[in-house]
Design a protein around this ligand. Structure first.
Ligand SMILES: NC(=O)c1ccc[n+]([C@@H]2O[C@H](COP(=O)([O-])OP(=O)(O)OC[C@H]3O[C@@H](n4cnc5c(N)ncnc54)[C@H](OP(=O)(O)O)[C@@H]3O)[C@@H](O)[C@H]2O)c1
Length: 306
């Protein structure tokens, strides 16, 4: 398949490109600022996806067999800081890509997030009503609605959890942000009462490729790892994996920062049916995800000289 992949330079996009290339697909990747090589991407095109008309022109020009939308303003804080840009990337872009998918008769995978839920009634099934508590979650929920309205017979919306993995810049993912804090001389404070079902990004990427290849499953799906862990336990296990002292991770509770916590879902456990019973790819353990992590390149000097 010729797959048009937006967000090819992102955490999910770069992992998807590798997984798709391993299966023999051709990936045409759209990037924003990134200009380096991306493993698995045959052709890389810089496009400002906030310009919906320009993005549509490129998508029609590529004329792909399938589309994967992994471009986004993908962090809640970044959405709050640049709400207009986030609206274009997180809502307008997926809506437009779904129209293109419908026009081409091509399957589309839209990346969504566990953050469409409030975190008060876990575990969440695919049938649960969305209940976002922050702008990012509201935008992802609206994107889901637009995608499924424009391409109901072609689109898969995959709600992903917090992801483990190595990003191209070494500063995007969970363990990379922990390293950034540690290298700045600080301990990381992590919630003991906020729970996530973390998934390795490579495992998610295989699910996305499998969904595209099958092309008989449309609608909303959940994917996540096998364990529900507190943020504190997640950070503690990451520190231990890299032989770093436990004192680098300090516990905190949601009650310590009530204003911030109100916009952070507490428990985002996901029920993975029906996807988990229908795919060859199995959910991954947290330990398996840890094995794939490398010391992020920007912090190697700190790590080896500390
Ligand atoms: N990471 C997670 O833990 C997680 C969890 C659940 C769901 N998700 C979802 O998965 C998807 C991918 O997230 P991610 O973590 O891979 O994001 P990411 O690492 O932050 O990457 C974002 C991607 O979007 C591109 N992009 C942003 N603004 C752009 C613009 N104006 N024009 C063109 N490209 C632009 C970036 O390109 P450049 O870098 O080249 O500028 C990059 O490729 C998102 O839908 C997100 O909501 C992520």
């Amino acid at each position: 398949m010729r797959i048009l992949l937006t967000g090819a330079s992102g955490l999910v996009g770069a992992a998807f490109a590798q997984a798709a290339a391993r299966r023999g697909h051709t990936v045409i990747g759209i990037v924003g600022c990134w200009r380096g090589a991306i493993a698995g991407v045959t052709e890389s095109r810089p496009v400002n996806l906030a310009d919906t008309a320009a993005a549509q022109k490129v998508a029609l020009d590529v004329f792909p067999d399938a589309l994967v939308n992994a471009a986004a303003v993908a962090e809640p804080l970044a959405c709050e800081m640049q709400p207009d840009l986030a609206e274009k990337l997180n809502v307008d872009l997926p809506g437009m890509l779904a129209q293109v998918a419908s026009h081409l008769g091509a399957p589309l995978v839209q990346l969504s997030s566990e953050q469409v839920f409030a975190g008060t009634h876990a575990p969440y099934s695919v049938h649960a009503a969305v209940s976002p508590v922050n702008l990012y979650g509201r935008q992802k929920a609206e994107a889901e609605r637009r995608v499924l309205t424009a391409a109901p017979d072609l689109a898969c919306v995959v709600r992903a959890p917090l992801l483990l993995g190595n990003s191209l810049r070494g500063r995007r993912s969970l363990h990379e942000k922990l390293f950034e804090t540690w290298a700045a001389g600080r301990a990381a404070r992590a919630y003991i009462d906020e729970f996530r079902q973390v998934c390795p990004v490579g495992n998610l990427a295989e699910v996305l490729v499998e969904l595209l290849e099958r092309n008989d499953m449309q609608g909303v799906f959940h994917w996540a790892g096998t364990e529900l862990l507190s943020r504190h336990e997640i950070a503690r296990r990451i520190a231990r994996h890299f032989n770093l002292p436990g004192k680098l991770v300090e516990p905190m509770t949601r009650a310590d920062c009530p204003e911030i916590s109100a916009r952070r879902p507490a428990n985002l456990a996901l029920d993975l049916t029906p996807l988990v019973g229908k795919l060859k790819t199995r959910p991954s353990s947290f330990a398996a995800g840890l094995e794939e992590l490398i010391v992020p390149p920007p912090f190697r000097h700190w790590y080896h000289t500390r």
